[in-house]
Design a protein around this ligand. Structure first.
Ligand code: 3HC
Length: 315
């Protein structure tokens, strides 16, 4: 079959909501953009452990420590599911990880901001995982099978992440004046970077049109951002906190919140590696990778020994 017919047949499958599986024919560009998105998603999960990991030893109670430990551990697992989904596209996990360690791979801009107080851990759960849920629930219906199935498991755990974050802030706003101020300060610092998680506006998004055509994305960046704002502003009001956007206003006509201009210069600065914590995050990832070398070597040695034993048994 000629390429043009293969592409036509492929698009018909997408339009008929037939899942694309690893052994199916797919346009090289479809495969490449999936590798790009899924690997960056996986890197985001793994790097995302760092800002929160910073507070495990300083959690204010055993209950908070256990919840945070469980969340950070979940993020590691999310990264592994996503690296596995990416490997079904014919790439090696080791190469993906080496690209991250070399600073050649992207991960979500949000993880390049510092966690200055305990309230940040609440803001991350509520806003960052809340934004991640908004973006990831539609990905449960993405056209590529392994990615969609990884998302189903991940989304179940994200709900707990978001809930525990919101509860941290609810506790703080019901505490002393200083604790409420700490919660407001965290919202002030995490609100705009959380909106940036959804990517550039649709007019500046190089991938959205194609990703929508191939049903990798079910909604555009701006659509998801708007849904997130519409859902989150009432939650901030329930906390008695003020969203740091003087232009934020509910629009009776559209039924959505109008909001102020996002600082896209800041966004691209962070994406390009000049954020507050980019260097620190890469350093921490490289250090963890080096410290874990002995575990990889031991696992490889054990696997080789097992393979040798199985060969001897079957000879
Ligand atoms: N941070 C870093 N880079 C970003 C970005 C962000 N927030 N938003 C966009 N970009 C990059 C894109 O990767 C692309 O660069 P590339 O061509 O080198 O890959 C460029 O900016 C243009 O953006 P587009 O909108 O055209 O790119 P996409 O169509 O890929 O959309 C996306 C960006 C919405 C992030 C999309 O990739 C996506 O939905 N990814 C899957 C979800 C994901 O990765 N979420 C990250 C957070 S994971 C998380 O929060 C874990 C939770 O448990 C805490």
């Amino acid at each position: 079959m000629k390429n043009i017919d293969l592409e036509k047949r492929f698009q018909e499958k997408i339009d008929q909501e037939i899942r694309i599986e690893p052994r199916d024919w797919m346009p090289e560009k479809y495969r490449k953009t999936l590798i790009r998105q899924i690997s960056q998603h996986a890197h985001s999960e793994v790097v995302g452990m760092l800002p929160e990991g910073n507070w495990i030893t300083r959690a204010p109670s055993l209950r908070r420590k256990v919840a945070l430990l469980a969340k950070v551990q979940d993020e590691a697992g999310h990264g592994l599911y996503l690296y596995s989904a990416c490997e079904t596209l014919g790439v090696k996990r080791e190469d993906l990880v080496n690209d991250l360690l070399a600073g050649k791979a992207k991960y979500s801009s949000i993880f390049n901001y510092p966690t200055l107080t305990w309230a940040d851990i609440g803001a991350i759960g509520w806003l960052v995982d809340g934004a991640a849920i908004m973006n990831q629930v539609p990905l449960c219906r993405t056209s590529y099978g392994p990615y969609a199935r990884a998302m189903v498991r991940i989304c179940k755990e994200e709900s707990f992440h978001q809930r525990q974050g919101y509860e941290i802030l609810l506790t703080l706003v019901r505490g002393s004046a200083e604790q409420k101020e700490m919660a407001q300060d965290a919202l002030n610092r995490w609100w705009w970077p959380s909106l940036m998680m959804f990517g550039p506006s649709d007019k500046d998004s190089v991938h959205t049109a194609e990703s929508m055509k191939w049903k990798i994305k079910r909604f555009s960046n701006d659509e998801l951002r708007q849904k997130f704002i519409d859902m989150t502003v009432p939650q901030a009001e329930f906390l008695g906190l003020t969203v740091p956007d003087p232009d934020l206003k509910f629009n009776e006509e559209t039924g959505h919140y109008d909001f102020g201009e996002i600082d896209w210069a800041e966004f691209w600065q962070v994406v390009k590696g000049y954020g507050q914590c980019n260097e620190e995050r890469l350093e921490a990832r490289n250090k963890a990778h080096d410290n874990g070398a002995w575990v990889r070597e031991a696992a490889d040695a054990y696997a080789r020994k097992q393979e040798k034993r199985e060969r001897q048994m079957s000879a």
